[in-house]
Design a protein around this ligand. Structure first.
Ligand SMILES: NC(=O)C1=CN([C@@H]2O[C@H](COP(=O)(O)OP(=O)(O)OC[C@H]3O[C@@H](n4cnc5c(N)ncnc54)[C@H](O)[C@@H]3O)[C@@H](O)[C@H]2O)[C@@H](O)CC1
Ligand SMILES: Nc1ncnc2c1ncn2[C@@H]1O[C@H](COP(=O)(O)OP(=O)(O)O)[C@@H](O)[C@H]1O
Ligand SMILES: [K+]
Length: 517
């Protein structure tokens, strides 16, 4: 699913009204009807108090139009106009007049007004600011926003939580509505998925308001949301006459005394991701551990007992995953440096491989094109330096990935894969995955996919999706707290199977016998 910028949405808006020969207020009517239908379907006329807070722009206009529909269906509403500016939008004014025609008089709130009483079982509709917000709200509006956040009432935001900017980071985090549910027009916004702003969006849903399909499908976006539909387009089916050589040979290189488990996890994950062969290369101390725990995996050892000191081997792997539990001993750094200088195989780099590159930036020039780097936040900071905010981070990563022609996997709650100036935002995964070794599993999965012939970008995007999906399936049995990295590997098969599961269809009810044919 494409994640459009605010500029692109405004453009879509313009093209739609022009092509469909409709006025802006008709588009607003469509939007508000979608909002109303969504609420009506769930509330079925329940007499719960609904407080609608509407700004003076088009987001407020949506709220005012929604208020009219709710009123006409007998809902118990209170409407507030948050009068933060004199520049009211035309469509807001049209809808305000329509509401007044129906004898509904909003409360016009100004800076010195008292804050309204809101019960914790009430519903708040947040239509204060939409994607047109361009500066921090005035102090009294911030006070109102905090009052709404503290009310414990359910908050339904129109398009975007008021106070969030769709394409940049907020400056004042007290000035943002903490939304329980966001009904976002046409598509969600990138900001819903970033660590700083994401917590303001508990749940979201996109409402189709019929924006011009040609424009939407032909417009390239800087970010894309990755779900099942997107990964199914890259999935490579297994061939009947295939043999293990068809699916590549992964070499997993890493480990040090006390951290052999990281190599075990990556190697096992690579195999479960579907590659043909896996060899692990690790310090001698890991030999028995690996051979005993993972009989399917071949093992090569360094001459040193505890660390990697020399990376040379006679096998011909398809792809090499490096860094898990490897440590940053000087001898390991030397070995990794000389390995990079002579290596021509595709690479997936994680953990200490990234840490070494961060300290020895001169080595970056030896990375083969399309190397995949999978840093967690701290490793990323070491690699690209500190960032001011999430958007700054994304820009820095894009620059780094362009400069070094690599794929960067920004790990986190919504992992974002970056290549060629574009970001792919993952939707699977859960906080149960914030556990030791889950990153090692990811490196193994991505390496396993790359070995099977997936491009670097597809291996990263698909790998991140499968890893998260395995976590989502695992959590059903383990709960968040008890999930461990091995559970991700055990559920990788289920994550593959889930790709082809058709969602359950509603069963025809007994009341509709003709539908049972
Ligand atoms: N194509 C679409 O997606 C549609 C969008 N619609 C709605 O239109 C919204 C965008 O409308 P607008 O562009 O009017 O933007 P807003 O509704 O966000 O209005 C903000 C207005 O206040 C001003 N402003 C911004 N920040 C301010 C601040 N801190 N203090 C005081 N004033 C401030 C802006 O100049 C703007 O005029 C969307 O979020 C959506 O709700 C709908 O009307 C239907 C169509
Ligand atoms: N809250 C979360 N929601 C979804 N995924 C998460 C969350 N926390 C961590 N993860 C995922 O778990 C993995 C953790 O990787 P990492 O920190 O490298 O772990 P380790 O070094 O222990 O192997 C990443 O893929 C990350 O995206
Ligand atoms: K809003």
């Amino acid at each position: 699913m494409k994640l459009f910028s605010a500029k692109q949405i405004y453009k879509a808006d313009q093209i739609t009204t022009k092509k469909q020969g409709i006025a802006g207020e008709e588009l607003m009517e469509r939007a508000s009807l979608q909002l109303f239908n969504w609420m009506h379907l769930r509330m079925q006329g329940a007499p719960v108090k609904i407080h609608l807070f509407c700004g003076i722009g088009n987001n407020g206009g949506d709220g005012i139009a929604l208020a009219r529909h709710l009123l006409e269906h007998g809902y118990n509403i209170a409407v507030y106009v948050v009068n933060y500016s004199e520049k009211r939008s035309e469509d807001f004014l049209i809808n305000l007049a329509r509401l007044k025609e129906r004898k509904c008089w909003p409360n016009f709130m100004n800076s010195d007004d008292e804050l309204p009483v809101i019960g914790k079982d009430d519903i708040i509709v947040d239509g204060i600011f939409g994607i047109g917000i361009n500066r921090t709200p005035d102090a009294w509006v911030i006070k109102l926003i905090q009052h709404l956040n503290n009310s414990q009432a359910f908050i339904l935001s129109i398009d975007i939580p008021s106070g969030l900017f769709s394409d940049q980071s907020p400056k004042d985090f007290d000035a943002i509505i903490k939304s329980n549910y966001v009904l976002s027009f046409q598509a969600p916004k990138l900001t819903f998925f970033l660590p700083e702003s994401g917590p303001y969006v508990e749940q979201w849903e996109a409402l189709d308001i019929g924006l011009d399909v040609d424009y939407l499908s032909s417009t390239e976006t800087a970010y894309e949301l990755i779900g099942k539909n997107e990964v199914l387009t890259v999935y490579r089916p297994r061939e009947k006459y295939a043999h293990k050589g068809t699916y590549g040979h992964v070499l997993i290189l890493g480990g040090s005394y006390g951290k052999i488990g990281a190599v075990c996890l990556s190697s096992k994950a690579a195999l479960h991701a579907g590659c043909g062969l896996v060899t692990a290369y690790l310090p001698a101390v890991g030999y028995s551990i690996l051979q005993t725990s993972l009989p399917e995996i071949m093992v090569l050892t360094d001459k040193d007992e505890k660390i990697i000191t020399d990376i040379t081997f006679e096998i011909d792997p398809t792809i090499i995953g490096v860094g898990m539990g490897m440590g940053t001993d000087d001898k390991t750094i030397m070995a990794f440096g000389s390995f990079l200088k002579s290596n021509e195989k595709p690479l997936v780099l994680d953990a200490d491989a990234i840490n070494i590159l961060s300290k020895h930036k001169d080595l970056l020039k030896h990375l083969p094109k399309d190397t995949i780097l999978t840093p967690h936040p701290k490793e990323l900071e070491r690699l690209i330096g500190k960032w001011k905010n999430d958007f700054d981070k994304l820009n820095k990563v894009k620059k780094f990935s362009d400069q070094h022609q690599c794929v960067v996997v920004i790990k986190g709650a919504n992992t974002i894969v970056v290549q060629n100036g574009k970001g792919y935002v993952n939707t699977t995964g859960n906080p149960g995955m914030a556990t030791a070794g889950s990153g090692d599993v990811l490196t193994g999965i991505i390496s396993g996919l790359r070995a099977q012939g997936y491009s670097a970008l597809n291996a990263a995007v698909f790998g991140v999706y499968l890893h998260g999906k395995a976590g989502d399936i695992a959590v059903e049995k383990t709960g968040y707290q008890s999930m461990v990295a091995t559970d991700l590997i055990s559920n990788l098969g289920n994550a593959y199977l889930d790709l082809f599961q058709i969602p359950e269809q509603p069963q025809p009810s007994e009341a509709e016998p003709e539908a049972q044919q």
